[in-house]
Design a protein around this ligand. Sequence first.
Ligand code: PGA
Length: 222
Amino acid sequence: MKKLFIIANWKSNKTTNEAYQWITEFESKINPGNNSDKEVIICPSFISLPSLKAYILQKDLPYKLGAQDISPFTKGAHTGEVNAEQIAETGEYALIGHSERRKELGENDFLIQDKVARAIEAALVPILCVQGVDTPIPQGVPIVAYEPIFAIGTGNPDTPEDAENVASEIKKSNPFVEFVLYGGSVTPEDVKSFTSLPSVNGVLVGGASLDVEKFVQIIENA
Ligand code: PGA
């Protein structure tokens, strides 16, 4: 059976208290034994990473943590930046190049390339968000999330046919990419239509991951 990645991207939602409530409720509702072939990765705001990590360690849970972004710089005089080494204390993954950051903060492919390099140096796994087959993918990126802009937060997901075509094209033209995920309006109802595709290795979930019930159903239905 192929390995599936199910990733929660909370974006700029949930205080640290709310994040803690979410993980306690999540733990009580999910059966990890049924889902051992799935890598579940939670990407909260930076400030919630340490408390979620402490809870995961204390309860010995099989879930992983990731950041939603990382600094393009290493440590030093870069006010406000959170660097890869800092993230690596609590997380194993970093989302890079989300379309919201490209649009709202003007992130370009050069900056994104630096972020990927910083992640790899710190042994974080970069998960590069791309908007289509034309988005450049720096060498060494093992996981790519295909997230067409029209599908993000709209309730209007891409078709499974498109997702399959894009995923297989990405793998063909970038042989170092091991896994391609789909993201954009993933729900408990539509998740399986994506995770059952031959070239798609999981999903990146925004809105529906904020709700424990929905996220648990997404994991179970994947
Ligand atoms: P959505 O967001 O699931 O709310 O569409 C996905 C994403 O932006 O990662």
